[in-house]
Design a protein around this ligand. Structure first.
Ligand code: ZN
Ligand code: ZN
Ligand code: ZN
Length: 348
C-alpha cells in the first residue's frame, strides 16, 4: 500500500510508493551532454575577460585581478535575474504587492578544471569553494536591501546548468523566498511551543531510527528525509546546533567538504552521475526590521542550517502542479540503503 507521509519541515504531504519501488538503474538515462570547449569557455583560464570583473577570488598572492592562476573565482552573472543597482521600493497596487527587482546574482566558478565536477575535486579544494560561499554571504549581508542570500548549484543541463564548466550560483533577494519562509516559520513555531530546535529533534530521532541515515561522522549527518518529495533526495545537517552557515570557521568547512564530497560521490555512483540541484539553507540577513524587532529574536535558537540535494530523476506533472502532492517512487529508506552501501573511492 502506498503511503502518504507528512513532512514536518515543509508542512506538506508526499505520496511514497512502497509496492514497486523504483531502483536506481531504472532512473539512469544515457544522454549526450555538451562538453563545451575550454578555449572559448568563459570559466576557463585565459578567458577571464569574458566575464564581468571578479568580486571574490582565492588565488596565490601576487596574481593580477582577472587573470589566470586562481583556484576559486566569483563573478557577477552576465545575465542577472535581479539587478544590483537601484533603490529598493515597496509599493502596493490594491491587492498586488510590488518590490523593485533589486538583488545580486553571482557565479562561483568552483575550479579552473573544465571537466571536473564539484564532487570530483579534492576535499581541500571543496573547502575553498565553501569558503567562497561563506565570504560572499557575509559580504552581501552588509547590503541592507537584501533579506536573503540563497546559494545553489545546478549540475548538468537537465538541472538548469547553462554552461558545462562546474559552477555554483547565489542570488540575493529583497524578500525571503517562500520555501525558506516556510522553514523559518515552522522552526519558530516549534521553538515557541517546545523551546527546542525542530532540526535538532529530527537529528536525534533519525539517528535513533537509523534506517534513513546515509552517512554520519562526529560533526555531520547525511540522510534521506522521511517525507522526501523526490527519489534519492539527500540532506546534510551539522550535528551541532547552529543557525547560520556564515559562522563556520575554515576547519568546520574542511569537515563539511569531506561530507559533501561523500554525498556527491554516493549520488554519482548509485545513479550514474545524474543531474541534480543542491541548495544551502541558512538564516536570513540579520538586519533589524523596524517595527518587527521580535521577528528574528529566537532565530539563533530555532533555526538550523543545512544542505539539500535533489537528483532530477522525475518530472513534475499536472497532478503535482495542481495538488502540491509529490509522488516519490522510491521510499527514502531504500534510497538511503543504496546510498549507504554504495562503493565509493577514498574521500580525500
Ligand atoms: Zn571551462
Ligand atoms: Zn538545531
Ligand atoms: Zn531546507
Amino acid at each position: 500500500m502506498p503511503e502518504l507521509r507528512y513532512d514536518p519541515i515543509r508542512s506538506r504531504w508526499v505520496v511514497i510508493a512502497t509496492e514497486r519501488a523504483r531502483r536506481p538503474h531504472e532512473y539512469v538515462q544515457k544522454h549526450e551532454e555538451p562538453k563545451g570547449d575550454p578555449s572559448t569557455c568563459p570559466f576557463c583560464y585565459g578567458n577571464e575577460s569574458k566575464t564581468p570583473p571578479e568580486v571574490f577570488v582565492i588565488a596565490p598572492e601576487g596574481r593580477k585581478p582577472n587573470t589566470s592562476g586562481w583556484e576559486v573565482r566569483v563573478v557577477p552573472n552576465k545575465y542577472p535575474a535581479l539587478r544590483i543597482e537601484g533603490e529598493l521600493k515597496r509599493e502596493g497596487l490594491g491587492l498586488f504587492d510590488i518590490v523593485s527587482g533589486i538583488g545580486a546574482h553571482e557565479v562561483i566558478i568552483e575550479s579552473p578544471h573544465h571537466h571536473l565536477s564539484l564532487g570530483d575535486l579534492p576535499v581541500e579544494h571543496i573547502k575553498k569553494v565553501l569558503i567562497a560561499y561563506r565570504e560572499r554571504i557575509k559580504d552581501l549581508r552588509k547590503d541592507v536591501r537584501f533579506r536573503y542570500i540563497l546559494v545553489f548549484k545546478n549540475h548538468r543541463a537537465e538541472a538548469g546548468a547553462s554552461l558545462p564548466h562546474s559552477h555554483s550560483q547565489l542570488i540575493a533577494t529583497p524578500i525571503i523566498p517562500p520555501v525558506v519562509v516556510q522553514e523559518l516559520n515552522v522552526a519558530r513555531e516549534h521553538y515557541s511551543r517546545k523551546e527546542r530546535c525542530i532540526f535538532c529533534d529530527l537529528i536525534k530521532q533519525e539517528l535513533l531510527l537509523k534506517d534513513r541515515i546515509v552517512y554520519e561522522d562526529e560533526d555531520y549527518v547525511e540522510w534521506a528525509p522521511f517525507a522526501s518529495a523526490f527519489p534519492f533526495e539527500t540532506w546534510i545537517l551539522p550535528k551541532k546546533h547552529l543557525h547560520d552557515f556564515a559562522l563556520l570557521n575554515d576547519n568546520d568547512l574542511l569537515k563539511l567538504a569531506y561530507v559533501l564530497k561523500d554525498m556527491l560521490q554516493r549520488i554519482k555512483t548509485v545513479l550514474d552521475d545524474p543531474p541534480y540541484n543542491m541548495i544551502l539553507h541558512t538564516a536570513p540577513s540579520p538586519h533589524p526590521r523596524p517595527g518587527r524587532e521580535y521577528y528574528w529574536s529566537t532565530i539563533h535558537l530555532d533555526y538550523h542550517w543545512h544542505i539539500e540535494l535533489v537528483p532530477r530523476l522525475t518530472r513534475i506533472a499536472g497532478f503535482e502542479w495542481g495538488s502540491g502532492l509529490y509522488i516519490n517512487p522510491t521510499p527514502p529508506e531504500e534510497a538511503a540503503k543504496f546510498l549507504r552501501e554504495a562503493e565509493i573511492g577514498p574521500i580525500d
